[in-house]
Design a protein around this ligand. Structure first.
Ligand code: FAD
Length: 406
């Protein structure tokens, strides 16, 4: 746990390269282009990265790219402005460790300064921009620590209450660290508290949208740029860290990234196996890599033409939106039920094909239920039998899901 007297910052002559020691590689941003119409208030970007044919960035269609983003410069500056002791130099953080040395005299405690290795020595600006999570609402433990540092009694009390009624507060406000410090200006915030206690900034994963054969040396992504207003749409605007960073950086800038294999979401080896691809919105991302790969195989391996990839993509209504979807909104599961039920049955039951579902967890659950209903209806089965058929599909690695999150 953190105590002011137990941590100190020390000057380091030079900050190392930010990716040193990590299994990540720098890919150059070649292009980023908005795919939405100019009238749309949303942004979905097509991102093209140059991997320089680096071995560790080789991939198969269906794999994911992990990206380490940077927090927004304005947010980092605003946070540093709120610290009581931000160091102007490149620094490392040291912690005081009690070392019991019984052989000197029993019970005698000697204290040693040890280097904190969570983040490399760097400037405080780099620490907040690249290594620490400064946007997720502070945890209950942090709020309690903030309460102890607040000099105003009322603010101290309110922070203690928040740490206990945490979930409700977090869900409604989704406050960033800077917003908390603005709401409770009496907190005397020391740098070492944040440098040692904030969670590390996590990489974000994206489904790769290109075929390595069709675009050697490149990785393409399809990214929905996240931005929303907290407090039921009435609060300050929040921007997703990674998607807005990718939207912000310029051509030629470097993106720290790594490939994460997704072997359970690869295309079947036999190019003739029929596949159903189901994904609303950015759920289309991995499927672009699939059809590019099939196109390449068709052109280079003299595979006879076979319309074996059937796609179901639709705009769906945001599950978090407060308003009901417009009448014209179609969900992918409705399209499957109303227009493609025979195709689904034929592909999965009669032709021993595969189904690939990509998008959020709610959509994936709805598609699963719909497929079960279709199998029940066309196969003249009970719901339970249809469920067992789907379990079998999964065992045979013919029902594939790529889930983006909740
Ligand atoms: P963050 O800073 O992480 O913010 C997101 C958070 O903001 C949410 O968790 C939620 O707490 C909050 N939030 C967002 N919207 C609202 C709202 N309306 N109201 C209230 N709170 C809200 N994304 C793609 O665009 N394309 C892909 O191909 C893709 N593939 C993925 C594959 C996998 C395996 C996984 C796990 C995820 C994938 N994602 C993809 C999602 C992606 O990883 C990120 O989660 C997404 O880009 C948001 O990250 P961010 O850093 O921009 O936002």
């Amino acid at each position: 746990s953190w105590k002011k007297s137990k941590f100190r910052m020390t000057y380091t002559a030079e900050a190392p390269a930010l990716t040193e020691g990590q299994d990540v590689h720098l890919s150059k941003m070649l292009e980023s282009q908005n795919l939405q119409s100019q009238k749309s208030n949303r942004s979905t970007i097509f991102v093209r990265l140059n991997t320089n044919n680096h071995d560790s960035l080789s991939y198969h269609p269906g794999d994911h790219l992990g990206i380490f983003p940077g927090n927004h410069e304005d947010l980092v500056t605003a946070l540093i402005d709120k610290l009581e002791d931000a160091p102007p130099f490149s620094c490392g953080v040291g912690g005081l460790e009690d070392v019991r040395k019984g052989f000197i005299s029993p019970g005698c405690v000697i204290s040693n300064w040890t280097n904190e290795t969570r983040i490399p020595p760097c400037t405080i600006y780099q620490a907040f921009q690249y290594f620490l999570d400064i946007t997720t609402p502070p945890s209950p433990v942090l709020l309690q620590q903030f309460a102890a540092l607040a000099t105003n009694e009322d603010q101290k009390r309110r922070l203690e209450v928040l740490s206990k009624e945490y979930e409700e507060w977090k869900w409604y406000n989704n406050s960033t660290l800077v917003e908390v410090l603005e709401e409770f200006p009496s907190i005397q915030m020391p740098s070492t508290l944040l440098l040692t206690q904030l969670p590390l900034l996590q990489p974000r994963y994206y489904s790769i949208s290109s075929s390595p054969d069709l675009h050697p040396g490149e990785i393409h992504l399809t990214v929905a740029v996240v931005s929303y207003r907290a407090k039921d749409g009435k609060g300050p605007i929040h921007h997703g860290v990674c998607s807005s960073w990718l939207n912000r950086i310029q051509k030629g800038e470097m993106v720290p990234c790594f490939v994460r294999g997704a072997p359970s979401f690869h295309l079947p080896k036999d190019n003739h196996t029929p596949c159903l691809l189901v994904g609303p919105g950015t759920g289309i991302a991995p499927f672009r890599s699939f059809w590019q790969q099939r196109l390449y195989d068709l052109e280079h391996k003299v595979v006879p033409h076979d319309p074996s990839l059937r796609c179901v993509f639709k705009r769906t209504w945001q599950t978090k939106g407060k308003h009901p979807p417009p009448e014209s909104t179609k969900y992918v599961q409705n399209v499957l039920r109303e227009q493609l039920s025979e195709t689904v049955y034929q592909c999965l039951k009669l032709e021993r094909g595969h189904i690939y579902v990509c998008g959020d967890v709610t959509m994936a659950g709805d598609v699963l239920k719909t497929v079960q209903q279709i199998i029940k209806q066309h196969g003249h089965m009970t719901l339970e039998e249809a469920g067992l058929f789907i379990s079998k599909l999964r065992d045979e690695n013919r029902y594939h899901e790529d889930i983006f999150g909740v």
